[in-house]
Design a protein around this ligand. Structure first.
Ligand code: CDP
Length: 226
């Protein structure tokens, strides 16, 4: 008998390895993987390029949302994000985007714009999506929900290393500050803040290897699909 397809959500704090795990789970299950953070980053990049990020131009930004087309396409089996037809996978990870994405993500119109797109991906189930409000707002009825946390230093070290590998020479201090600041804005925004859904399984990944986290997730997921 064919296994039922489900929706799996992974929410949590910045740089806890949500995307890596979500990607691996999706691969193992042959599901679609969607990085909702990349979508917020793409809108931020658009706003930076159009110079409509500041408070005084918020209405222009809201009116421009209709001009934004975000797609995920597979390139030699690696998924990349496209903004109005342009592949922007590296651009959306730049520090200028890191510094502005959480502020932009507080705007309800931006969240609602992306919410519709995110829900579309779940129409046929068979989806793993990571972010901040996926288990609480985007897919409150998802069959399997996780919430990741880790010590601040562990997260900053992780992101700092990741950035170095990509040739970004930002200092550890700057990376640390950005992560803390984004968490502060993400948890305190009035509209759809980062919080654990009561039915999500919480995992502190501070002292776990990538494989150990994967095995934990897999243990819970197999109970839902078998
Ligand atoms: O750096 P990290 O991979 O942890 O973050 P991300 O998943 O790329 O998300 C970047 C930012 O987008 C977050 O700090 C939030 O401000 C925002 N975001 C959100 O508000 N809601 C989501 N579902 C996903 C991301």
């Amino acid at each position: 008998m064919k296994k039922p397809k489900i929706i799996i959500t992974i929410d949590g704090y910045a740089s806890t390895g949500k995307s890596t795990q979500a990607k691996n789970i999706a691969k193992k299950l042959d599901y679609t993987y969607i990085d909702s953070g990349a979508m917020y980053r793409a809108v931020t990049l658009y706003a930076i390029r159009k110079n409509i990020l500041n408070e005084s131009r918020i209405n222009t930004l809201i009116n421009s949302l209709v001009d934004i087309n975000i797609e995920f396409k597979k390139n030699k089996n690696v998924q990349k994000i496209y903004l109005n037809g342009e592949q922007v996978e590296n651009e959306i990870r730049m520090s200028i985007v890191n510094s502005n994405v959480s502020k932009l993500s507080t705007i309800p119109e931006v969240r609602n714009f992306l919410l519709t797109k995110q829900r579309d991906y779940g129409k046929n189930k068979g989806l793993v999506m990571d972010g901040r409000d996926i288990g609480t707002v985007v897919f409150p009825n998802a069959e399997c929900k996780f919430f990741f946390n880790a010590k601040q230093e562990v997260r900053a070290k992780r992101r700092h290393l990741e950035q170095r590998r990509k040739g970004n020479l930002e200092t550890y201090h700057k990376v640390f500050e950005n992560i803390i600041e984004r968490d502060r804005i993400d948890t305190n925004r009035p509209f759809n803040p980062l919080k654990k859904s009561p039915d999500a399984i919480e995992i502190d990944v501070s002292d776990l290897t990538e494989n150990e986290v994967f095995n934990k997730l897999w243990g819970h997921i197999t109970k839902k699909i078998n």
